[in-house]
Ligand binder design. Structure first.
Ligand code: AMP
Length: 115
């Protein structure tokens, strides 16, 4: 069996994290190096590596991650003020952890275009 990813270890409580939401398909916790006053990661329990390796079979979980962003934005109180979702893919995309995750950034006015 392949070694667990960092985010699988967080989901399995082998590495501590500040978890704000979880269900049977995903887990949401605070980024250890926040880039905004609120910086959350939403991670599927299934260790999908990155968006570019998804298939039609992943349609349900991909939709679930965005619906979870909506749910968590209301739970954490930044749905009205606004937020940004980001998925980094591959080297040029700035991906560091090879386990798919949706960043949620909130709590300040975010610049566009991003760096
Ligand atoms: P990415 O560059 O899109 O792969 O994002 C990986 C993110 O994971 C970065 O924003 C890191 O700060 C974050 N990260 C790495 N290790 C941890 C950890 N142990 N707990 C929470 N966030 C982490």
């Amino acid at each position: 069996m392949a070694d667990k990813t960092l985010f699988e270890k967080i989901a399995d409580r082998e590495i501590p994290a500040d978890i704000v939401y979880e269900d049977d398909q995903c887990i949401c916790f605070r980024d250890i190096n926040p880039q905004a006053p609120v910086h959350l990661l939403i991670v599927p329990r299934k260790p999908i590596t990155r968006i570019s390796e998804t298939t039609d079979h992943d349609a349900n979980i991909l939709g679930h991650l965005l619906l979870t962003a909506n749910k968590v934005s209301k739970q954490e109180g930044f749905a009205e003020s606004g937020f940004r979702t980001v998925i980094n893919n591959g080297n040029d995309g700035g991906e560091e952890v090879p386990h798919l995750h949706l960043h949620i950034l909130a709590g300040r006015k975010l610049n566009w275009p991003p760096g």
